[in-house]
Design a protein around this ligand. Structure first.
Ligand SMILES: C[S@@+](CC[C@H](N)C(=O)[O-])C[C@H]1O[C@@H](n2cnc3c(N)ncnc32)[C@H](O)[C@@H]1O
Length: 248
């Protein structure tokens, strides 16, 4: 275990009792809501999410021939865009939720590994690019996660992390809160007719609201050795962090 620690957010007592119970809670939530996840993305976000993921991947310099790791694959929205560029043979997908990955597996023939991003059964210096879409808030520890990213990337390799950030201005915050805390959970409830769809989206908002600020995420990337750490923000909420493992 690394000496420094950085939890992505404090314990959320409305959902689970203590830090030890969080992992089981998160895995169970994603397993149970996996069948609805794609529908909620399509309707709740008006299909814009996929175009944004494509935009970020293109900007990151993803090219054919690269070996790529997608962490927090879920049902595969990021992975599907990666495979269009590098093909299934060059893509490895990691996620702890069997329910989510079972759905991703039906869409592509990449290599799938059921694992936490913080501790991956993968060799060091293996990948040219690493992506993580909206999984950062669910990990045990950011320092541990980024150290693991550093380990598996080749020197000169780059990671790109997509995450929703708490907006800074009052107006943007009020808008985002309505959208993520009220509108998207409502869509989840209507589409799934299941309280779990609603719960997942409520939980999302609370983890966004309570997440450590972007500066701490960037500082933690630097602390484990990454350089050229940057953050691109769209609409005040959609952050794409990029960081490079120094070349040797
Ligand atoms: C909101 S989904 C994101 C799926 C997809 N990447 C996307 O862009 O929509 C979050 C995913 O993170 C996964 N996850 C949760 N904890 C994780 C961890 N510690 N390491 C890696 N993935 C994790 C969940 O199982 C879930 O599939």
């Amino acid at each position: 275990m690394p000496q420094s620690t950085k939890k992505p957010h404090p314990v959320l007592k409305d959902y689970y009792g203590d830090e030890e119970s969080r992992r089981a809670y998160v895995d169970d939530l994603f397993d149970r809501t996996a069948p609805y996840y794609d529908r909620i993305l399509r309707v709740g976000f008006f299909g814009t999410g996929q175009a944004y993921r494509r935009f970020v991947l293109k900007k990151s310099g993803l090219k054919a021939g690269m070996k790529v790791l997608d962490v927090a694959t879920g049902t595969g929205p990021v992975a599907q865009e990666i495979r269009k560029v590098v093909g299934d043979d060059h893509l490895t997908c990691v996620d702890p939720s069997r329910g989510m990955m079972d759905i991703a597996r039906t869409k592509m023939d990449a290599t799938f590994i059921q694992s936490l991003g913080e501790q991956m059964p993968l060799p060091e210096r293996e990948f040219d690019r690493l992506y993580m879409g909206y999984g950062l808030r669910h990990v045990r520890d950011l320092h541990e996660l980024f150290s693991e990213y550093f380990r598996v990337l080749k020197p000169g390799g780059r990671c790109t992390i997509l995450e929703v950030s708490r907006p800074r201005t009052k107006r943007q915050f009020a808008l985002a809160r309505f959208y993520f805390r009220d509108f998207v959970p409502f869509v989840g409830k209507v589409l799934t007719r299941d309280p779990d769809g609603h719960l997942l989206m409520r939980y999302f908002w609370d983890t966004i609201d309570q997440c450590v600020p972007p500066e701490e995420i960037q500082d933690t990337l630097r602390a484990v050795g990454f350089e050229d750490v940057q953050r691109d923000v769209q609409l005040g909420v959609f952050s794409a962090y990029t960081a490079t493992r120094p070349a040797e």
